[in-house]
Ligand binder design. Structure first.
Ligand code: ZN
Length: 296
């Protein structure tokens, strides 16, 4: 089974080193390539986390990737089998600097085909997705045909406010920007029906299942959480549109073979190629230009 991991991280930070070890991996570029090889992950999309310090146009610079540093707007040196989403630091943005910020983002989109999307960190930033300051970034997403991904649901720290991370907030932006694809990351967990109703209503809204699991997954854990996984499966089946769901891991937070095994059990076999591969190509459509001809 070929896989595109539509949501992982490629970020050199101490916290990730520890989490990677708990998941049975190392947070290194070499380890990620080995995992890809062993699990037939032919492409992955890294969500930008690290700060690119040098603005070119006086805007807020995008958050990028740095596990195999240096990476910046002069050195697009990610692995050939990886794309990335530019991360948005919404708290630093204003309506006044929004256009210049969009110029910073456009530099990557126009110079690097591996730049495949824009990631918003709602719930870490205390701003709603559809805030006026974000509008030039939505225009950019439309122009370059890249999706907007939004963190939704639980957060990993206590700094932000949860109301900004609610999946229903994606409906506001998706309704006003019908030409842009939106991805509700983490299926809004645990606001799962709210993510489902948004994807059901809005043709341009998709869902990724990254971050549903952490570490190594034991049979005891699966038995204890059997009710949760049945609930998740029920709502996925309720939507009954298997073109809406994307596989993602949130690596390095989870053991990859465990993550694949558990998520695979939620998807009927005849839809697994959509879930693990085809849907990512449709949503993150620039991936098609990055894949070697043989794998398209
Ligand atoms: Zn993530």
């Amino acid at each position: 089974m070929r896989i595109i991991d539509a949501h992982m991280h490629y970020f050199d930070v101490d916290g990730f080193k520890m989490l990677a070890q708990e998941a049975g991996h190392e947070n290194t570029a070499a380890c990620w390539q080995q995992i890809c090889e062993e699990n037939n992950i032919v492409f992955s999309v890294a969500m930008g986390n690290s700060y690119e310090p040098n603005p070119r146009f006086g805007g807020v610079t995008p958050r990028v990737i740095n596990l195999a540093a240096p990476f910046n707007c002069e050195h697009f040196n990610q692995p050939a089998n990886m794309g990335y989403c530019l991360g948005v630091e919404s708290d630093m943005m204003t309506v006044q600097n929004a256009e210049k910020t969009a110029q910073e983002f456009e530099y990557y989109l126009s110079h690097d085909k591996h730049c495949v999307g824009i990631k918003f960190y709602m719930g870490y930033n205390n701003v709603y997705l559809n805030d006026p300051r974000h509008q030039p970034l939505f225009e950019l997403a439309k122009q370059y045909q890249v999706p907007v991904a939004m963190h939704s649901g639980e957060t990993a720290n206590h700094h932000g406010k949860l109301k900004y991370a609610h999946p229903l907030t994606v409906d506001d932006a998706a309704t006003e920007h019908p030409d842009v694809k939106f991805v509700i990351c983490h299926i809004g967990n645990p606001w799962i029906p709210d993510a489902i109703v948004t994807a059901a209503k809005d043709e341009n809204v998709y869902i990724d299942l990254s971050g549903m699991l952490e570490g190594k997954i034991s049979d005891t854990f699966l038995q204890e959480q059997a009710g949760y996984f049945e609930y998740l499966r029920m709502w996925m089946q309720y939507l009954n549109n298997w073109e809406k769901f994307l596989y993602g891991s949130d690596w390095p937070l989870v053991n990859i073979p465990d993550n694949i095994r558990v998520l695979k059990s939620l998807v009927p076999e005849k839809y697994q190629d959509l879930f693990f591969y085809q849907n990512a190509l449709q949503v993150y459509s620039r991936i098609k230009d990055c894949l070697p001809a043989a794998t398209k």
